[in-house]
Design a protein around this ligand. Sequence first.
Ligand code: AMP
Ligand code: MG
Length: 422
Amino acid sequence: MISEEEARRKILETIQPLPLRTVSLSSALDCFSGQDLIARLPMPGFDNSAMDGYAVVASACRKGERLRVIGEQPAGVDRGIRISPGEAARIFTGAPMPAGADAVVMQEDVTRDGDEIVLNVGVDTGEFIRRRGCDLGEGQKILSKGERIRAATLALLASQGFSDVTIGGEVNVAIVSTGDELVKPGARIKQGQIYESNSVLLRSLLQRCNATVRSVENCADDQHSLTEALKRGIRYHVLIISGGVSVGEHDIVKSTLLALGARIDIWRVAIKPGKPFLFGRVAIPIAPSPQSSPSGKGGREALGEGSAASRNDCFIFGLPGNPVSSFVTFLQFVRPAVLKMMSASDGELNPTKVTAESDIDLHNDGERAHYVRGRLKNGKFQPVGRQESHALFGLSQSNALLRLAPGESVEKGAAVEIQLWD
Ligand code: AMP
Ligand code: MG
């Protein structure tokens, strides 16, 4: 058994980003930028009006003054108007400032009288003008390599004239749920059987990561079915197997993977829930790399040894079948790996963390890092539901995880760091 930190480090060292691709802005939400991007244009691109009103020369604008309106400057076209003291130009939001004007008075602050306006207020130089480049200068960095592309980032890219953007590769994932007891929701269930729920959980978590789930299968705990299901699953960048990775006679995932030529890098991690977690890799059969062992040749277990992963490897995550174990190990190990494949920067791999006040005394007297499921409300963290790995109802009521290191104690009222996922 290795520590959680060691497992995470090993996984992230092994996994490498997929080749970059260029997509239209409409397909890039929540993807990670493949490069640093620099502003092409200053923003705003020219001095323009922040209001519907009148462009004026401020020094000639005392309250009560009358100004002659000599023209109209709408947005979208520069009419080349020039004004002098005592004159005004009708202007609209976003319209370029006429030459000679150094302020805008909003229309609510004037009285229109035919070709003239009467000022109901005094005017200061620069009022209601949006200056060229005041928001963003040409050449300024607007997006860093590996940064997540948010809705506002996309709007900024569009405003800079970009129609597409280079992002990390698409990660294709297969899910195989194992267990003789599993029945698909919607079907009739017999005594002793349970409805299969992990694939729904994992698919949803993968969707949140923007990964593409290409295949979802349920598989019985028999060697033949499992071999065939895993052979289909290892055609993708990532194969996630639920269940069958523990130590019982029906837990045949590890031996089946080895028989398929997979290399097992990690098996069993000091994390609660989630101890039987497995991580390995195998050459993708359709495009085997010359160095990788061909599938079906008999595998070797290589815990602890270093060997570089190939671009053509399928990365395999075996998650314990208990739903909460699957959930916790997905968030701590699979999610950062998938994000790294998508070219996320190191800072983007971590879950959102906030500081909260613990609403209860907590202690971890075990040897494994314990992830306590709880609810963060009004700045306070309170565990919810049963803290056992099968307790899916409790998990469904929670929105945050508190990690207690082995031996760690937390007193009620103490400040704790909470991981948020919802
Ligand atoms: P395993 O890791 O295969 O030993 O399974 C551990 C526990 O998780 C057992 O109680 C299983 O019935 C349950 N379990 C396994 N796979 C799933 C699944 N896909 N959906 C819901 N529960 C599961
Ligand atoms: Mg099982």
